[in-house]
Design a binder for this molecule. Structure first.
Ligand code: FEO
Ligand code: CA
Ligand code: CA
Ligand code: CA
Length: 700
């Protein structure tokens, strides 16, 4: 409820804990649209129930608005009271779940997690455990290319923005820079723009060409070299390094793989179907073993106007104008004028940060949907396996198994070969079954009789791409259709409808794969899929994390076992589960989103849309040993922000603070946050580094 500050009083009741402003700009109000997956696949009574669900959603909205009023008081507490919340009881803000003895034992924990957990709070700052320090590495608008001007938010231009760090940093990768001591190469996604917080006096009904072009230049990716300050963990950007680069909504990309050149991808500007301008809504991503980065194009639907085809509907593309009105300034964003342009977004992007002249690629072999992220591991014989989730309520998660082996080395030919690895292979979608009787799953989150939400699953092949062509495994769809309309292929083969698959991360230590499922307010509502063993709570507000074990621990296996590792929420809530760890010794967590591993094998989880009244945060949890399931909050982010892009190294934690100040009713004139630069300065998304004041390793 924390984002519902009484600034203008916009009614706010958005599922999943986000502010209305975030929903509007980030995902095009995805949670207020009908769920795009209306396939009969495990559904009952879609059409009638769809109308009912809209009414019940509106009733729910009325309830939440009342709760928002109560939340306002909490947010408006004096800074002193907030500080107490931030430093008080370690595990919970409410005096329900934590005997005080824990504050003394809380520094103990699994190796890598020995810190006093940060209590839930609503402080407009990045709050870290005692003994840790932080700095802002880079902010929106800081110049990174030669010739780029200093940030001037009152007079921002597209040309300036194209040389500066973009808006709303999300995924982060840190890559080695051999030969440059103390330096690393940071790659960041810029998922989306929030024009109300970027432009003074922004008029949403009639954005100007200047504003629209700034927004195009603020999307995309940044590569920027960062340098560590010896003696502290401080990290600062090296401006004008030759590897620094910006990719924007107008940068040239190559479409590669089985659908490249297809009639479905040809437009009037590109009759080859192989060249596309820009990348949009890059959410999370991954780093490949061959030294490139992957970036998921997520809510691309919201940028395209006048959708009309069933395929548009399945991707949540609206029938009218868009929020940002880009279609007024470039006809390619108007489906009525350029029907295939939208088919050229929704892919996994591959970027070679070591070659500033390279043309980034969009890989059609990994399918087209709202890719949250893409994480790669290798088979024993060196072929890539990529996990990627489709972040939509009741949508699916996928795996791609490549058929070509990675080459080692950094020669030009090796790099060129490796850049083609994701063009040939088979795309699969996940189907899960529980091992407990269906009557044991009552939608409350109560554990079934065998004591675990668990079962088995299979990877169902959708299509295979080879050097000579592509073969569909889905009846009634060509291979090209499978790769471009992948959601429909998943529908046809009966994939399992999940509670918003977000980031997926295999453990480098155990090979087990962790799938974050952020929430699904519609689970179990009339007309929607009911709870099942893999998604066991109806109206799932807080999300869960699934642990998947590939058969024989081989990434390319076609079957797997799974269990729920974490069922999120306030530990005092009986529906939560922390891998069996005592619930009076864990931090509350809500809406898991991005996941990453630290060098010790602990899973780190960032959240998006905390539904427990606290700011979003970053958490670490042991996945092995007798502390498995012991979850501890490491930091919280400022008002309105989401925690993204966590990277946990031995001595440093990096997070992307995305959309700070994005609170309903906020604007440049009425900011809801003063982070990171204090009162009177425009709020700016930024990357933050955290380290230990004594120079020791994180959590040791
Ligand atoms: Fe961009 Fe699925 O969060
Ligand atoms: Ca995300
Ligand atoms: Ca079971
Ligand atoms: Ca998310």
């Amino acid at each position: 409820m924390r984002r519902l500050l009484p600034l203008i009083g916009t009614p706010a009741s958005h599922p999943g804990g986000r502010s209305a402003l975030t929903c509007r700009f980030r995902c095009g109000d995805a949670c207020f649209q009908e769920v795009p997956n209306t396939s009969a696949n495990q559904y009952v009574g879609d059409v009638i129930a769809g109308a009912l669900s809209r009414r019940s959603m509106m009733r729910a909205a009325a309830v939440v608005t009342v709760a928002a009023g109560a939340g306002t008081a909490a947010v408006a507490r004096a800074p002193q009271a907030q500080a107490q919340a931030a430093t008080g009881t370690p595990y919970a803000a409410q005096p329900t779940a934590q005997p005080t003895a824990q504050s003394t034992s809380s520094r103990r924990g699994a190796r890598g997690l020995r810190f006093t957990p940060v209590a839930p709070n609503t402080t407009d700052a990045v709050v870290t455990p005692d003994g840790y320090r932080q700095n802002v590495v880079i902010r929106w608008g800081e110049p990174i290319l030669r010739g780029a001007p200093a940030f001037d938010p009152e007079n921002q231009t597209a040309e300036a923005q194209a040389g500066q760090f973009g808006y709303n940093n999300d995924f982060l990768a840190l890559l080695p820079l051999p030969g440059e001591r103390g330096r690393q190469l940071l790659v960041a996604n810029h998922e989306y723009t929030d024009e109300i917080l970027m432009f003074r006096g922004y008029d949403a009904a009639s954005p100007t060409r200047r504003q629209v072009e700034v927004a195009w230049a603020a999307h995309g990716l940044s590569a920027v070299v960062v340098e560590e300050d010896r003696g502290t963990g401080r990290l600062t950007a090296v401006t004008r390094h030759h590897l620094n680069r910006r990719v924007t909504a107008t940068t040239e990309f190559r479409l590669t793989g089985p659908a490249a050149g297809s009639a479905l991808l040809r437009t009037s500007a590109d009759p080859t179907g192989r060249k596309v301008l820009g990348t949009l809504n890059n959410c999370s991503g991954g780093t490949t073993p061959w030294g490139t980065t992957l970036h998921g194009e997520e809510n691309f639907n919201q940028y395209f106007a006048n959708g009309s085809r069933p395929t548009d509907t399945r991707y949540g593309i609206g029938t009218g104008a868009t929020e940002r009105k880009w279609e007024r300034f470039d006809r390619r964003f108007d489906i009525a004028q350029e029907p295939n342009e939208v088919h050229r977004f929704g892919y996994v992007v591959e970027f070679d940060p070591y070659d500033p002249a390279s043309t980034p690629r969009k890989h059609t072999a990994l399918g087209r949907f709202k890719h949250e992220a893409a994480t790669v591991r290798l088979t024993d014989d060196g072929r890539p396996v990529v996990y990627t989730g489709d972040d939509e309520r009741f949508d699916y998660f996928y795996k791609f198994v490549g058929s070509k082996r990675m080459r080692h080395g950094t020669s030009r030919s090796a790099r060129e070969h490796n850049l083609s690895l994701l063009d040939e292979g088979t795309l699969y979608v996940a189907k899960l079954t529980g091992d407990s009787p269906a009557t044991d799953i009552d939608g409350s989150g109560k554990l079934p009789g065998d004591g675990e939400f668990d079962g088995g699953g299979s990877w169902i092949p959708l299509a295979t791409a080879t050097a000579g062509g592509a073969v569909s495994h889905v009846e009634g769809m060509t291979a090209e259709e499978v790769f471009v309309f992948t959601r429909l292929a998943g529908d046809k083969v009966g994939a399992t409808k999940m509670d918003r698959p977000e980031d997926i991360q295999p453990s480098p230590h155990t090979g087990k794969v962790y799938v974050a499922l952020t929430n699904n307010s519609n689970r179990g509502k009339t007309g929607y899929a009911p709870a099942d063993e893999a998604n066991p709570r109806n109206a799932n507000k807080h999300g869960h994390i699934l642990e998947l074990t590939e058969r024989h621990s081989r990434p390319e296996s076609l079957t797997f076992g799974w269990s729920l590792f974490l069922v999120a929420g306030d530990p005092a809530d009986s529906s939560t589960y922390f891998a069996g760890f005592p619930k009076d010794r864990v931090s509350p967590i809500s809406c898991p989103d991005n996941v990453a591993f630290d060098p010790h094998g602990n899973l780190w989880i960032s959240t998006d849309g905390n539904q427990l009244g606290s700011h979003d945060g970053l958490f670490g949890v042991a996945t092995r040993g007798d502390r498995r399931g012991e979850l501890k909050q490491f930091l919280t982010v400022p008002t309105g922000a989401e925690t993204c892009g966590p990277i946990v190294q031995d001595r440093r934690v990096l997070v992307a603070v995305q959309h700070p100040g994005e609170v309903d009713g906020a604007s440049v004139e009425k900011p809801a946050s003063t982070w990171p630069d204090g009162p009177g300065k425009i709020v700016r998304p930024a990357v933050v580094a955290v380290w230990r004041a004594d120079g020791c390793d994180i959590g040791i």
